[in-house]
Design a protein around this ligand. Structure first.
Ligand code: ADE
Length: 226
């Protein structure tokens, strides 16, 4: 997979892509990530990429020209273009699965007060990572890239993500490791006796209980969680 990220702050990403699982996926050629500063594409003589909003209002708005030109120079036959914005549809694990099967993603990080609406005409999907407003799309882009890359075949074992939270509309079950007793807290007996049918049943019940307590919306089959 190839991922092109359009941002005004490419340096923000370096530490994320240079650690742990993402770093390994890049060095094993399972994913190629390129950062593009769309300021390099502006035709404004002063290097501007934003302007005041028509109709008045606070803040600056990203102009369409630099982002259009940058996207068009990178677009291939099978490219999916994603715009990160708090007004997008909620980003969920099922979308991460779908995106992990794509050949080429272009991810646009919004900034300032917003972007000129005409930018949406070259975008396939507008995504929000949650109901809060960040200063820009850079942190959301890192969230997207991390959650997508771990699902690319060969990056981590398929078994580990089959058991992730949100598969089958359930949160993950509780996990324990050594020591068996820590500060008086014991590992549940069922996990120690090697009865795998019982362990599976216990895990399912714990997942269900946890989901009912913390995220009943997942059990109701809320359309947004599909
Ligand atoms: N940009 C600012 N806030 C955002 C959010 N919550 N999701 C996606 N992009 C954003």
């Amino acid at each position: 997979m190839k991922i092109d990220i359009l941002t005004l702050f490419p340096d923000m990403f370096n530490w994320v892509f240079d650690e742990s699982i993402i770093k390994r996926a890049i060095s094993n050629n399972l994913v190629e990530i390129k950062l593009h500063n769309f300021r390099d594409y502006t035709k404004d003589p002063h290097g501007k990429v934003d302007d005041t909003p028509y109709g008045g209002g606070a803040g600056m708005v990203l102009t369409p020209q630099p982002i259009f030109d940058c996207v068009e120079s990178l677009r291939k036959k099978k490219t999916k273009v994603i715009l990160l914005t708090p007004s997008g549809i909620p980003y969920k694990q099922n979308i991460a699965y779908d995106l992990s099967k794509e050949e080429h993603l272009i991810i646009i990080c919004g900034h300032y007060e917003g972007f000129d609406e005409r930018i949406c005409s070259i975008v396939d999907m507008e995504l929000s990572i949650g109901d809060y407003v960040l200063t820009g799309g850079e942190l959301p882009a890192m969230v997207l890239v991390d959650s997508i890359i771990r699902l690319i075949p060969g990056v981590i074992s398929e078994k580990s993500h089959l058991e992730d939270s949100f598969n089958n509309h359930l949160l993950d079950y509780p996990a324990y490791t050594r020591p068996r007793v820590f500060k008086g807290m014991e590992v549940p007996e069922v996990l120690l006796n090697g009865d795998h049918a019982k362990i599976r049943e216990w895990r399912y019940n714990e997942s269900f209980k946890r989901t009912r307590e913390r995220r009943p919306d997942l059990l109701k089959g809320d359309k947004n969680n599909d």
